[in-house]
Design a binder for this molecule. Structure first.
Ligand code: G1P
Ligand code: ZN
Length: 543
């Protein structure tokens, strides 16, 4: 086999964000763009020689082409073996599991998660380390440094590999093992949950709708929910992965999963509804006439996890990202287990999980997961909910109402202001930072500030420090507003304003969420002078 060393030049802007390198698909398709980033990744980890990797993606446009490039580069860089999902497909949690199960040196996951796909939309590449989790900042910084000095990459001059047929193939000295993308993941799920109990639930007439949003979880949900657990026909919808997600936005929230929401907000709707995102790591949970915020879902899962076999002995601890509501902290307190507050992004949970300090983690952005892999896991969350429902034999409304009576309710919503010119977003944030020292004691829209800071995190395992992780403003009323800029957007800046209001156990838990947050929203807008910076007060998306 012939390998070529191709001369190249550094390309601007290849800094991995919250979750890998995400760009417009056409940017990735430019000659050398993907190649530079992949070579920089290999260089940053001390070369690929003799190493084993997992490669797969969510099936979006350019997935299969990118995989061929990566395979040719892996062999030219001396890799020993690459495990690939059939047709190039692997959900992010399934990829994480394969990395761990096969003890590989890491993996490359091709996805832009919940961002739309297609030639006019987004693509992404993320490197995961041998623990199965997203590379920590030390590695992503090293990759970025390599992209700034790269002068050549190696690639094999060879035909494409057949990734449609399960089996082992050779490309030069390297083995390519094409595996069923679902089988190992399904076996893992069966080892965590009481599948018999869930089968019994469905057999007794329980109804569910799972919206795969034309993305990667279709094949997984069909195999597990329909074929193995006996969920009735029609349970899984939009179950065939499409390169452009049927022109949809595969982000499981009430805005983008509207079809599911409409079905569920109805007295005749199914008992339980769920959706997952482009690459299968996010989840949305909804009951008949009741939407469950991801922050509440995390709290309920933590409170009830012991009902599933894998967690029957209890949890070691729980972690949530800083913008996520404090609902899970209250459960952890009651259970007497540790709770951690980390910066946004799953990579910050890795050390805590590896060290056994936490068993379950979650983010307000519809991510929940446990120590079974090192990524958030949409179907895992759905199956844990099903296991709990099968044990408690109560409706979603009963479970939620009971939860709020026990712990109080954290009303919560995220408001996104999208495609803001970067300089305006930066001015708004720096204006806030300047004000921080004087905020405590001041009143805004009738709410008195009790504390305000810019969030920094010291990793309790390796001591690494992450600064500038968002601005937190706490109010005496039990409210909180958080401001941060998205690290996954591909157009301008996205300002995220996270609003929260805690009400105690004996209070009214039946308010409409946005209503319950009105005061915090007004205070947040006043403090940040949002209207004068953005020229508007209403967000593009509220979740
Ligand atoms: C968003 C979410 C964050 C999540 C990430 C990857 O990042 O807010 O919780 O980990 O996507 O799915 P952001 O765009 O806010 O940086
Ligand atoms: Zn995702």
């Amino acid at each position: 086999m012939n390998s070529k060393v191709v001369s190249t030049q550094p390309i601007e802007g290849q800094m991995p964000g919250t979750s890998g390198l995400r760009k417009k698909t056409r940017v990735f398709m430019q000659p050398g763009y993907l190649e530079n980033f992949v070579q920089a990744t290999f260089n940053a980890i001390g070369g690929a020689s003799g190493k084993t990797f997992v490669v797969g993606g969510d099936g979006r446009y350019f997935n299969a082409t990118a995989i061929q490039t990566i395979l040719k580069m892996a062999t030219a860089n001396g890799a020993e073996k690459v495990i690939v999902g059939q047709d190039g497909l692997l959900s992010t949690p399934a990829a994480s599991h394969l990395i761990r199960m096969n003890k590989t040196d890491g993996g490359l996951i091709l996805s832009a998660s919940h961002n739309p796909g297609g030639i006019e939309n987004d693509f992404g590449v993320k490197f995961n380390t041998a623990n199965g989790g997203p590379a920590p900042e030390s590695i992503t910084n090293a990759i970025f440094a390599e992209t700034r000095s790269i002068l050549e990459y190696s690639i094999a001059a060879t035909d494409d590999v057949d990734i449609h047929t399960i089996g082992s193939f050779s490309i030069g000295e390297m083995t390519v093992e094409v595996v069923d993308p679902v089988a190992d993941y399904q076996a893992l799920m069966a080892s965590l949950f009481d599948f018999d109990k869930i089968r019994e639930l469905f057999a007794n007439g329980f109804t569910m709708r799972f919206d795969a949003m034309h993305a990667i979880t279709g094949p997984y949900a069909n195999a597990i929910l329909a074929n193995s657990l006996g969920a009735p026909k029609g349970t899984v919808t939009n179950g065939v992965p499409k390169e452009d997600f049927a022109n949809g936005h595969p982000d499981p929230n009430p805005v983008w999963a509207k079809e599911l929401m409409d079905l569920m907000m109805n007295d005749n709707g199914p008992d339980f509804g769920a959706a997952s995102d482009g690459d299968g790591d996010r989840n949305m949970i909804v009951g008949r006439n009741i939407y469950v915020t991801p922050s509440d879902s995390l709290a309920v899962l933590v409170a009830n996890a012991h009902l599933a076999p894998a967690y029957a002995d209890g949890l070691s601890g729980v972690a949530r990202s800083m913008p996520t509501s404090g609902a899970s902290d209250r459960v952890a307190d009651k259970l007497g287990i540790a709770s951690f507050e980390t910066p946004t992004g799953w990579k910050f949970f890795g050390n805590l999980l590896d060290a056994g300090k936490v068993t379950i983690c979650g983010e307000e952005s519809a991510g929940t997961g446990s120590d079974h892999v090192r990524e958030k896991d949409g179907l895992w969350a759905v199956l844990l909910w099903l296991n709990i429902l099968a044990e408690r034999k109560q409706s979603m409304t009963e479970i939620l109402t009971d939860h709020w009576k026990t712990y109080g309710r954290n009303y919560y919503s995220r408001h996104d202001y999208e495609a803001i010119p970067t300089d305006i977003a930066d001015t708004l944030m720096s204006g806030l930072i300047e004000k921080l020292p004087d905020l405590v004691g001041q009143e805004f829209s009738g709410l008195k500030v009790s504390a305000a800071d810019e969030f920094s995190y010291i990793d309790p395992v390796d001591g690494s420090v992450s600064h500038n992780q968002g601005i937190r403003i706490f109010f005496e009323s039990g409210g909180r507003a958080v401001f941060r800029l998205s690290g996954t957007g591909t157009e301008g800046a996205t300002l995220r304003v996270y609003l929260e209001q805690y009400v105690p156990t004996e209070a009214d838990h039946s308010q409409e969420t946005q209503q319950a947050l009105t005061q915090v929203k007004q205070a947040a807008q006043q403090i940040s002078e949002l209207a004068s910076h953005l020229g508007r007060t209403e967000p593009d998306v509220m979740t």
